[in-house]
Write a protein that binds this ligand. Structure first.
Ligand SMILES: [Zn+2]
Length: 495
């Protein structure tokens, strides 16, 4: 018999310290068959699931899918819209489906739900129990999910990305779908969640480095050596969420003894403990970095100045000016930067290519990301801001597939700087962003990157060095600067 799978998803990583909410209009929304139409061959996790389902000749019953770029707390209208549409569709189909497959992020906070996904999965579970229906509920999670006990207690199996940058997001959905396929044969599995006391900054959770590298390696060894273990997920967590479940956690799905699984998770938490110093990397001041750069041997390759405090992939507005304005004062040349500033773009589009223009750039979203920079520069390019990923497995594909829309955009140039201005903040995870705007990143001397780890697959191969710079912004790696209230006795920094 053909299996019928109910497919839905909600994807948002919520920065609870940002003042502006995320509203319904910030989401890309697909309902019903549009989920399949919009995702087929777009490189996203949903695309991976569609491919697997087609190979298995599963029937996909499409519910609702919503995705927005990381940003502030999701407002009531948006949470309500998702909830209403999802449960309306599920009510129509629950009698005829064999499983529910969800593509989630796992770090969404909304007006009424600190643990949005936990409450959502609980509601699904209640509904199924009420109707006396036992079917698997399988979910894909981002490695940055803040996983609660509620999420684990109310799902059959969750499966998370293994890589950060997330080059494996599509493959993760395929793997999760293959787990679902196995669950049809053997549905008797259990999950266990294990939270640690650590909240790690995004700069400390790249998977090429410790502690993630060692913990993932050990988790993989366990998965390989114990046939009962279906998966062990190493969850880096997302640190800019002031909620009880914020932080690094581990979870396991097993066919065997749950106590054995728990012991594995405890052993992995010990691996984390042993490597914990690496999870809070120290950053340079700009002055320190520029001193170090002076003594570097000459290279034709660019140097990256990483600005994690305005990590767009972590939710900040992408318009922080602190680092760029101080760099411009240093009289360095050959700088490439990207600032999200819809108003400045509008001004450029009122003018024309080749025209010199004087503008105030950036720092318009809120008061936490510097002050606007007064800039005189020539307009090099005006565009609709659309581009296709150069690397189809870019971290960005996990968020929005391979076709990216930065909104109306403009390129400005003066003797120090080439500046790409966008209208929709777009994380710098793929070189296509610059190349599509005739900016050759390889020719730059200094590139400012508003990211923590997700830029690495794209930019590390073209760079000679990279320096993490401590600057002003709400994605600061120094978590002690943020007014946490709900995290209890969790640890946000080592003394
Ligand atoms: Zn992530």
């Amino acid at each position: 018999m053909t299996k019928k799978i109910f497919l839905s998803g909600i994807y948002h990583e919520t920065h609870t310290f940002l003042s502006q909410p995320t509203t319904l209009k910030d989401f890309i929304i697909n309902i019903g068959d549009d989920i399949i139409k919009q995702n087929t061959n777009n490189g996203s996790p949903t695309d991976g699931f569609i491919e697997f389902a087609s190979k298995k000749s599963w029937d996909i019953i499409s519910g609702i899918q919503m995705a927005a770029r990381p940003s502030g707390i999701v407002d009531e209208e948006a949470e309500h819209f998702f909830d209403t549409n999802f449960f309306e569709k599920l009510e129509q189909h629950y009698e005829n489906i064999d499983a529910i497959f969800l593509i989630l992020h796992g770090a969404m906070v909304s007006k009424n739900h600190d643990d949005f996904e936990g409450d959502f999965l609980e509601k699904i579970n209640h509904l199924l129990k009420q109707k006396n229906i036992t079917i698997p509920v399988v979910a894909v999670l981002d490695l940055h999910a803040n996983v609660s006990d509620k999420m684990i207690d109310n799902s059959t199996c969750v499966y998370a990305y293994r890589k950060n940058p997330h080059s494996d997001s599509r493959d993760t959905a395929i793997k999760a779908a293959s787990i679902l396929s196995d669950l049809f044969e053997n549905p008797n599995v259990n999950q266990i969640n294990y939270q640690t006391k650590y909240i790690l900054p995004p700069t400390g959770v790249g998977t090429a480095n410790d502690p993630m590298k060692s913990v993932l390696l050990e988790a993989n060894k366990i998965e390989q050596s114990d046939n009962d273990i279906i998966c062990i997920n190493v969850m880096a967590g997302y640190s800019y969420a002031d909620i009880a479940d914020c932080g690094f956690s581990l979870n396991c799905c097993t066919k065997g003894d749950i106590n054995v699984a728990k012991n594995y998770l405890v052993s992995l938490a010990n691996v984390l403990e042993a490597k914990i110093d690496f999870a809070y990397p120290k950053e340079n001041t700009l002055e320190e970095a520029l001193e170090k750069i002076k003594s570097l041997p000459a290279s034709s390759k660019p140097i990256l100045l990483i600005e994690p405090a305005d990590n767009i992939g972590g939710g900040t507005p992408g318009d922080a000016t602190d680092l760029l304005s101080r760099l411009l004062q240093s009289e360095h040349e050959g700088i490439v930067a990207i600032i999200n500033d819809p108003n400045a773009v509008k001004e450029c589009h009122k003018s024309h290519v080749g025209k010199e223009i004087e503008l105030k750039i950036g720092a318009k979203f809120d008061n936490f990301h510097g002050v606007p920079i007064k800039l005189k520069a020539t307009i090099q390019k005006l565009s609709d801001g659309k581009f296709t990923l150069k690397n189809k497995k870019s971290h960005l594909a996990s968020m929005m597939g391979i076709n990216i829309d930065m909104g109306l955009s403009a390129v400005l140039k003066n003797e120090q700087l080439i500046l790409l201005l966008t209208s929709v903040k777009t994380p710098p995870m793929d070189l296509g962003q610059l190349i599509s705007h005739d900016i050759k990143p390889e020719d730059a001397r200094l590139i400012i990157i508003k990211a923590a780890v997700s830029h690495k697959d794209a930019y590390d191969p073209i760079a000679s060095h990279s320096f993490y710079i401590d600057s002003q912004g709400l994605c600061t790696s120094n978590l002690k600067r943020l007014p946490f209230k709900k995290i209890g006795d969790k640890i946000i920094a080592l003394d």
